[in-house]
Design a protein around this ligand. Structure first.
Ligand code: 16G
Length: 240
């Protein structure tokens, strides 16, 4: 598997070989990798070289280190295409995962100036503010804070939103969701985010801000989502 006469660096060959085993499912999420010493002996290479390959794999999120315990295969990231305007419920169901929501809060509050202007309503106008932890197969994936005009979306309840907000809009209110604009930034989890997402404070997260509009450009929602960067990646196809 390792060719010492190849011009390709040995650490890179090892890195690719381990990656291949993870991708083929020969090494499964949660499984322990052989130790640096074992790899070194297995391929008759130096531990420094093994360490280099392992560090690369840790940095790219394929594996993670546990102090004093070794390295383990990470869960596969959920890959979300950025081409369609979908809901969390649809995204998870499309992957065969069961979506769920845990409510942190649900209330009607007066809109701040920033939220009011994005929703094209009067400052202090009534808006729903809902904070939900979104789970897939019981694993927390994202923490979402959503603002919606209460005069536009009537009758929203915690119970309804614990299933699907978009389904309520389209199937019950018969409104048509038109388009959204979204920003994605890197950030690190503060203590509240870390607690809700069950990750360590300071872990990498993807901070997403979405503004969604109904057909006819009526603002529907302003959403701030915090996704776990160890479980999520966004994918886009480009044409030239
Ligand atoms: C997604 C959207 C969010 C929307 C939610 C509706 C992102 C970044 N955000 O999480 O804007 O409110 O789906 O989901 O994708 P639901 O219909 O399952 O409640």
């Amino acid at each position: 598997m390792i060719n010492k006469n190849s011009p390709i660096p040995i650490y890179y060959q090892l890195e690719e070989a381990i990656k291949d085993k993870i991708e083929k499912g020969e090494l499964k999420p949660g499984e322990a990798l052989p130790s640096e010493r074992e790899y070194a002996e297995m391929y008759n290479i130096s531990r420094m070289t093994v360490r280099q390959a392992i560090t690369q794999l840790v940095n790219s999120g394929y594996i993670y280190r546990l102090q004093g315990k070794g390295t383990f295969v990470a869960e596969r990231k959920i890959e979300q295409p950025l081409t369609g305007l979908t809901s969390f419920t649809e995204d998870m169901e499309a992957r065969g995962l069961t979506p769920a929501s845990q409510f942190i809060s649900f209330s009607i509050i007066p809109a701040s100036q920033a939220i009011a202007s994005q929703l094209s309503i009067q400052e202090y106008g009534p808006v729903y503010e809902m904070k939900r932890v979104r789970l897939a197969d019981d694993v927390p994936m994202a923490l979402e804070t959503t603002y919606i005009s209460a005069n536009l979306v009537k009758g929203l309840t915690e119970e309804i939103a614990s299933r699907s907000f978009y389904a309520y809009i389209e199937e019950h209110l018969k409104l048509k969701i038109g388009h959204a604009s979204q920003q994605i930034e890197a950030a690190s989890a503060d203590s509240a985010e870390a607690l809700h997402l069950q990750i360590k404070k300071g872990s990498p997260i993807l901070l997403i801000q979405r503004n969604t509009f109904l057909e006819g450009d009526v603002p529907l929602e302003v959403v701030k989502s915090v996704y776990r960067a160890d479980r999520y990646k966004f994918m886009i196809n480009m044409k030239r």
